[in-house]
Design a protein around this ligand. Structure first.
Ligand SMILES: [Zn+2]
Length: 398
């Protein structure tokens, strides 16, 4: 894992060295007048098991200094006021090479430029897959960086990224490790992006019917940023109010959300081990290509969910279930690994079908009689109907 960051640092040093010997023009801030339309940027992107600097074209930036454009709006260490993030927009430093490429001149600028690029690409991927977020006007996504949040244990949070549906915002806590920053990690950014898709496809339509705390956050705005463990804190308080059936469904849906987010991370980045690239302490089970293709049975998950008294604990079960979904779907597509063209086609189709299967699952969930539970297999069965050309195989525990 360390190798990547060393590589990233080496790349930074090498390219800064190269720059010093080149004729450069400093970025003047507003670029729309000079360069309407696309700009070329040099940023670290994943390919062949490593991050390497690549020239990428961005089509949405109007202001290179503040990284203004339709893909993202950044906030630096924001606070929360009346349910909205408020704060400074960061500025970045770039230089332009003779050939017209923008290059960040410090690590912070490089991270932001890369994060912006991924937000643009993920929006374009949604378009390609026909996934609507319901904002055709292309409002920039809200992305908060160096967010001062509290972890569940009451410590300042770090090395963490989240999507918050209530704020419709991506929140990146400071990254203190020496591995690949989360803001540069294509798989992690796509994972968080998927949470926004799940929120709009499942959690929001279910509204009060969503069984977990994610659908019912109470609006103590200041508390949200002060205590980043807000969701956990709120749910621990509320867990007594949830029925056994609700707890089971909350663990199931959260597990599905996490597993599909991991698949999205891979569909977008091609990286099967993206979590560990930034967070090497995370269990091997988050690596999509490892382990057995097992799925917890409804009965097993029900027993496990029942045993938990607080959300903090049930997180682990959700992640474990999520990894099972992730590995099963990865293996189902990996059947095409020998045929890159077919693989690309099937990955795209999988992205589309995950979205439509989620819509159908949401309708099914809404119509469940009060004493029935949605099975752990339901989503996979629905997806299999949607995408018959991909064999979704696993061992379902009895
Ligand atoms: Zn997640």
């Amino acid at each position: 894992m360390k190798r990547e960051i060393h590589r990233l640092q080496v790349i930074m040093i090498v390219f800064l060295g190269v720059l010093s010997g080149m004729v450069l023009s400093a970025c003047q801030g507003r670029i729309r007048d000079q360069h309407p339309g696309a700009v070329q940027v040099r940023i670290p992107m994943y390919s062949n098991n490593a991050y390497k600097l690549q020239t990428i074209e961005l089509i949405s930036i109007d202001d290179m200094r503040t990284l203004g454009g339709w893909a993202a709006r950044f906030f630096l260490s924001p606070t929360l006021s009346r349910g909205k993030l408020v704060g400074m927009q960061p500025q970045i430093n770039t230089i332009r090479t003779e050939s017209g490429e923008y290059i960040a001149t410090d690590s912070f600028s490089l991270q932001l430029l890369t994060l912006y690029a991924h937000m643009e690409k993920l929006t374009l991927l949604d378009d390609e897959l026909g996934i609507s977020r319901g904002d055709e006007s292309r409002e920039p996504r809200t992305v908060a960086i160096k967010v001062n949040m509290m972890s569940e244990s009451g410590q300042p949070d770090s090395d963490n990224a989240r999507y918050n549906g209530k704020l419709d915002a991506f929140l990146f806590a400071p990254y203190l490790r020496e591995d690949l920053p989360l803001t540069v990690n294509a798989g992690v950014i796509a994972h968080e992006h998927f949470h926004s898709i799940f929120y709009k496809t499942v959690i929001q339509p279910l509204g009060d019917k969503y069984p977990g705390p994610d659908g019912n956050l109470h609006g103590n705005d200041q508390k949200l940023l002060k205590h980043f463990g807000f969701e956990e804190a709120a749910s621990s308080e509320n867990v007594g109010l949830l029925s056994e059936r609700d707890i089971y469904h909350a663990v199931l849906l959260r597990g599905l959300n996490e597993g599909l987010a991991d698949i999205w991370g891979w569909l977008y980045s091609d990286d099967t081990a993206f979590v560990r690239r930034s967070l090497p302490q995370v269990e091997e089970s988050r690596t999509l290509s490892s382990g057995e293709l097992k799925l917890k049975s409804t009965k097993e998950l029900r027993a496990q969910a029942q045993a938990y008294h607080s959300w903090g604990n049930s997180n682990a079960v959700s992640y474990e279930l999520g990894s099972q979904y992730g590995r099963i779907l990865f293996a189902s597509l990996n059947q095409f690994a020998g045929d890159p063209v077919k693989m690309k086609e099937m990955k795209k189709k999988m992205g589309q079908k995950i979205n439509s299967a989620l819509q159908k699952m949401t309708i099914h969930f809404q119509s469940l009689p009060g004493d029935e539970m949605m099975t752990t297999e339901f989503f996979l069965q629905q997806l299999q109907v949607e995408i018959p050309e991909v064999k979704i195989e696993y061992k379902a525990a009895k």
